[in-house]
Ligand binder design. Structure first.
Ligand code: UGA
Ligand code: MN
Length: 317
């Protein structure tokens, strides 16, 4: 009796071992990827669930949230005038690093130059952003201190937008003027994306104050908190508003003007052509948050730069 039990045990033993090994191997198998390319959701990181092994044979990924196709976001068109100077590439680099993090953004970079420069062309080609590269020189007579800057460049950006959308029904879009030296928070883009006609928000470090802002009562703009020329119809910096593409297209003549435009009045002169103060849509929590700063880069000290090229290599800066 005893030997019969032993015999059975020894016959079964290898099978038991095989089953144990099989089970072990199966659970060590690498988990097949959920999607052809790994999908990293910031909300899933660090959650234990994501690390549970998948049950084979069961309905795949049933309990996992699948990446949903994004509903169509309005395109944000950023018009940036830019001109050649020692800090230009640094400014554009900071800007591209911000814009690259914004979904559905189209960068319209307009050089203040008679031709597209190699530096900017190369830069844009590697920027990893949907972009359009334009150029128009500022006439020499307007290149004087005290006169508005970048008038022709912003108008070139507007003309390109109007031309591009000339024949098709306007896709949802929002335009704003992004000078190359300002600092933009990512939250700003979420705010401006919902612009219906013209939206406004505070701007930091401008007008001789820590900030300027539209004053809001019951959801409407009723005035301006500013330290400089409070008589401006729209006492707002270029960085403080966005306009829907629809408004740009339905006001084909609205442009920045040289003639009769006083310093600091460019914004007002432009906005007067497309909207009224009552119509403005306050953003950034009823204009109580600063999401953009009118930073200005210090002029670089090149006092020790040699007159003639001395280095053994030529480096783009
Ligand atoms: C302020 C406003 O914030 C600007 O929007 C406005 O255009 C400007 O005043 C003005 O005086 O017209 P500020 O910091 O004084 O800005 O001006 P910059 O940053 O020097 O220039 C504004 C934009 O125009 C920048 O993107 C700059 O690259 C570009 N720019 C400037 C040119 O394209 N060409 C120039 O000769 C100078
Ligand atoms: Mn500036």
């Amino acid at each position: 009796m005893k030997s019969a039990l032993f015999t059975r045990f020894f016959i079964l033993l290898p099978w038991i071992l095989i089953v144990i090994i099989m089970l072990d191997v199966d659970t060590r198998r690498p988990v097949p990827p959920l999607t052809p390319r790994p999908y990293f959701s910031p909300y899933a990181v660090g959650r234990g669930r994501a690390r549970l092994p998948l049950r084979r044979g069961g309905p795949r990924n049933q309990s996992r949230p699948q990446p949903q196709p994004e509903p169509q976001l309005p395109t944000i068109y950023a018009i940036t005038p830019t001109y050649s100077r020692p800090v230009q590439k640094a400014e554009l680099t900071r800007l591209a690093n911000t814009f690259r993090q914004v979904a559905q953004l189209h960068w319209i970079l307009v050089e203040d130059a008679a031709a597209r420069s190699e530096l900017v062309s190369r830069f844009l080609a590697r920027a990893g952003l949907p972009s359009t590269h334009l150029h128009v020189p500022t006439p020499r007579r307007y290149k004087r201190p005290g006169l508005p800057r970048a008038t022709e460049q912003r108008n070139a950006g507007l003309a390109w937008l109007r031309q591009r959308h000339q024949h098709q029904r306007a896709q949802p879009g929002v335009l704003f003027f992004a000078d190359d030296d300002n600092t933009y928070s990512l939250e700003l883009f979420q705010e401006m994306r919902t612009t219906r006609k013209v939206s406004v928000w505070p701007v930091g470090l401008v007008g001789g104050r820590r900030y300027e802002r539209p004053l809001v009562e019951n959801g409407k703009v009723v005035g301006w908190y500013t330290g400089w020329r409070a008589d401006r119809p729209f006492a707002i910096d270029m960085a403080g508003f966005a306009v829907s593409l629809q408004v740009i297209l339905s006001n084909p003549k609205a442009v920045f003007k040289r003639r009769g435009s006083q310093p600091g009045m460019q914004e007002s002169d432009f906005l007067k052509q497309i909207t009224t103060v009552e119509e403005l849509e306050p953003k950034a929590n009823n204009c109580t948050k600063v999401l953009v700063w009118h930073t200005r880069t210090e002029k670089v000290n090149l006092a020790n730069e040699p007159k003639y090229h001395l280095d053994t290599v030529k480096i783009e800066v």
